[in-house]
Design a binder for this molecule. Structure first.
Ligand code: AVJ
Length: 326
């Protein structure tokens, strides 16, 4: 059985009054110019991200899947009746987790939150095939999804929240702590959070993961301009921008930018925007912070969690940390 919850934020239809239009106007007029990274995930962007996860240079997804499968029984312990996944994408990880944990449990309620409708539809199908599960989809942002989830307390059993794929890396440190506390508030004492985080590793490994030789990450980044053209009647010339990935050592983060290769005038009718970009000027589209294992422990402890376990894949530098709400 499946249920769809459509919220106002998610139903944002393109046009000059939409949330997309308002945020594009706000962030593109900041200096440096920027765009929130969650806008990368329209249907095409989500498909490109799924392709990134299969690239040999982007090992994060495979490392996390190995850990999930190896530790599934401890993660999905018998008392868990409800699972929330923030940013579920295609649902492949959650379904692998449930399958690896094996049978012998009661019904599982799965709440999946994602901004991409196509990713959610795929996840709903994939998870719906499993036995004894009920899937509830929330096509919305993490924040709104948490709020909807927090209101729906189960009658019995414990809850497990999943925040995987190093999605936490997109937050800057203050935003990250606020976010982790909001996850904590949506849970009750004794509920768990599983956090998947990419670890600090040699610079060249990081750079090739975010600037792959096949150009898939470049396409993923440039698609944001194509999306603005399509949904907000923009005039971005995709050939006049190049993908840039750089390692910011001081902040411990990879940054993705779109660099204007010439001086050009940008018109975005649907966002009421008209501005000039200089040659070499960039639009900052994403940060991916990289962490050391003890930093993950302390960010969780500061946010109202106690650590149950931390599993590390030393080959690809990835950590899964299971924490309980205290
Ligand atoms: C899905 C946000 C975790 O930051 O590694 C992949 C997105 N960006 N390649 C990441 C992404 C460029 C990814 N997250």
């Amino acid at each position: 059985m499946t249920t769809t919850v459509l919220t106002k934020a998610s139903a944002a239809t393109p046009g000059s009054g939409s949330r997309f239009a308002n945020e594009v106007r706000h962030f593109l007029t900041l200096h440096p110019r920027q765009l929130p990274s969650h806008f990368l995930y329209d249907d095409l962007g989500s498909a490109l991200f799924e392709a990134i996860c299969r690239l040999p240079w982007y090992s994060l997804t495979r490392a996390e899947l190995r850990l999930l499968q190896a530790q599934a029984r401890e993660i999905l312990s018998p008392g868990v009746t409800t699972v929330l996944e923030l940013g579920s994408g295609s649902g492949a990880k959650l379904s692998a987790l449930i399958e690896s944990a094996g049978s012998g449990r009661g019904r599982l309620d799965l709440h999946i939150v994602d901004v991409s409708g196509s990713a959610l539809a795929q996840a709903e199908q994939e998870l719906g095939r499993l036995e004894n599960v009920r899937v509830v989809t929330h096509r919305t942002t993490y924040e709104a999804g948490l709020e909807e989830f927090g209101l729906a307390r189960p009658a019995a059993g414990r809850r497990l929240a999943l925040f995987l794929g190093s999605n936490i890396g997109n937050f800057d440190p203050p935003g990250r702590d606020v976010f982790l506390r909001s996850v904590r508030s949506a849970l009750g004492q004794g509920d768990d959070l599983l956090l998947g985080v990419d670890l600090l590793k040699p610079r060249r490994d990081l750079l090739v993961a975010y600037d792959d030789p096949l150009g898939v990450t470049a396409a993923f980044n440039l698609n944001l301009l194509a999306r603005i053209n399509r949904e907000l009647q923009g005039n971005f010339d995709l050939g006049a921008f190049t993908h840039r990935a750089l390692w910011n050592e001081e902040r411990s983060r990879i940054e993705m930018h779109l660099r204007s290769s010439q001086r050009q005038r940008i018109l975005i009718r649907g966002a009421d925007l008209d501005f000039v970009m200089a040659e070499g000027e960039t639009i900052w589209t994403e940060s991916s912070y990289k962490y050391e294992p003890p930093e993950i422990v302390s960010m969780l402890e500061r946010s109202g969690f106690g650590i149950h376990a931390q599993w590390i894949d030393a080959v690809d530098g990835f950590a899964l940390t299971l924490a309980g709400a205290v």
